[in-house]
Design a protein. Structure first.
Ligand code: SF4
Length: 210
């Protein structure tokens, strides 16, 4: 059984698949407490669900994209069984993880995308970053940095220089909307980085379940 906070059908709001209709599974529990966390309701509680019932629910939607998120989805052992079952059915899975738990047991499959955070100083969670995870990522995966201020920006640049990565690196402004300043900085410094918003927040604001 998995403990699930919510399931919903919406657009992917972050990362390279932004805008793609996606079925979301939000698992309960998180080992971190980021200062700017926008899903505090995922820390505890939720409903017990079987892997099979989640796979069946995914089939109701006309999408091949499933996002497994949290909280921190890798805290629940049965998430691996969920990933394998969805891959068997040829879904493309986006696993959103905080970067604080090893991704070594995540299936290596072309349809398995790891969307991994590196926590920036403003989160107050930097000491939880498992940098060795970066070596376990493939070019199809991506790294996300939430940027609040200049300190976060400098920190993120240092991490990228220190841990080279073939996949995409995304800077996301904290709050998901104010892109201009960050975009101009990245362009000015000729960084090979994508600056992306949280599209769901632009569309619906800080609403749950979208
Ligand atoms: S890792 Fe994600 S869910 Fe957990 S506290 Fe940080 S932002 Fe919130």
């Amino acid at each position: 059984m998995l403990t699930v906070i919510e399931t919903f059908y919406s657009i992917e709001g972050e990362g390279p698949f932004i805008g793609v209709p996606t079925f979301f599974i939000r698992l309960s529990g998180c080992n971190l407490r980021c200062t700017w966390c926008d899903t505090k309701y995922s820390y505890s509680g939720g409903e017990k669900r079987t892997v099979e019932s989640l796979v069946e629910e995914a089939a109701k939607y006309k999408t091949k994209f499933v996002c497994i998120t949290g909280g921190e989805p890798l805290l629940q052992d049965e998430v691996y069984s969920l990933m394998y079952k969805l891959l068997d059915k040829e879904y493309k899975i986006i696993l959103e993880t905080s970067g604080s738990i090893s991704v070594e047991n995540v299936p290596t499959d072309e349809n398995m995308i790891i969307a991994m955070d590196i926590k920036t100083p403003s989160s107050n969670m930097v000491e939880h970053n498992l940098y060795q995870n970066i070596e376990l990522l493939a070019a199809k995966d991506y790294l996300k940095f939430v940027i609040s201020d200049d300190k976060d920006y400098s920190f993120s640049k240092t991490v990228i220089e220190k841990y080279p990565f073939d996949g995409e690196v995304i800077f996301q402004p904290e709050g998901g909307k104010n892109l201009k300043e960050l975009t101009e900085k990245v362009l000015k410094e000729r960084l090979n980085i994508r600056v992306l918003p949280q599209l769901h927040k632009i569309i619906w604001g800080d609403k749950r379940g979208v």
